[in-house]
Design a protein around this ligand. Structure first.
Ligand SMILES: [Zn+2]
Length: 201
């Protein structure tokens, strides 16, 4: 999934560690930057993925497919940062992530000219461009159990929140009912497939 989007093969360099995060946050992707003064940051190549240690066996124990979806989600952020970095020809002053100046605007406009404007929000880009790929990837990783759409509940995690609830009806591409998505997963996938092992082994 990640190898054939944006430009060419996946090159994002990532570091993975754990960090205490708010209970509802599974993980975050943090681009590496270096402060060059004047409130400006230089975007560097590598991205850090910080994972909430409570995901495994802790107080917010998750379905393994949710964890897999979280990793894919953070890898998309890393891949986006890698593309932005490459557009900056290895060194680009930014005004601090995630507002990556006009580099971001150029990136969105040239790669996705037909989408509804996303502002500076990577999640709004994912909502229009990557959600179905994410669901497909989870379906494939889980051995093809059910239909790719059965995995949308986890493909939307961390993304839907980019749209305040009262505005969601304006966008056809957003899911109408998350309860339905959860039912699809529970009825057709839960407990079945390659990733449905117990715990975090
Ligand atoms: Zn995210």
């Amino acid at each position: 999934m990640l190898s054939d989007f944006l430009e060419g093969p996946l090159q994002a360099e990532i570091g993975i560690s754990t960090l205490n995060l708010p209970d509802k946050t599974n993980a975050v992707a943090i681009p590496n930057t270096s402060n060059v003064g004047n409130g400006s940051e230089l975007l560097l190549f590598n991205t850090r993925i910080e994972i909430n240690p409570l995901l495994c066996g802790g107080s917010i124990d998750k379905d393994p497919l949710e964890i897999a979806g979280m990793l894919l989600h953070e890898l998309i952020h890393a891949r986006i940062y890698e593309s932005l970095y490459n557009r900056g020809h290895f060194a680009q002053i930014v005004s601090g992530p995630p507002a990556l100046n006009n580099i971001w605007d150029n990136f969105v406009q040239s790669n996705f000219p037909d989408i509804i404007p996303v502002g500076k929000d990577q999640h709004k880009l994912m909502a229009q461009v990557y959600v179905n790929d994410l669901a497909q990837a989870l379906h494939d990783l889980n051995g093809g159990v059910g239909d790719p759409s059965d995995y949308l509940i986890f493909a939307w995690q961390g993304i839907l929140g980019a749209y305040p609830e009262e505005t969601r009806h304006k966008y056809d591409f957003l899911p109408k009912n998350m309860d339905d998505l959860l039912s699809n997963f529970n009825n057709n996938v839960k407990g079945k497939g390659d990733l449905q092992f117990n715990g975090c082994n």
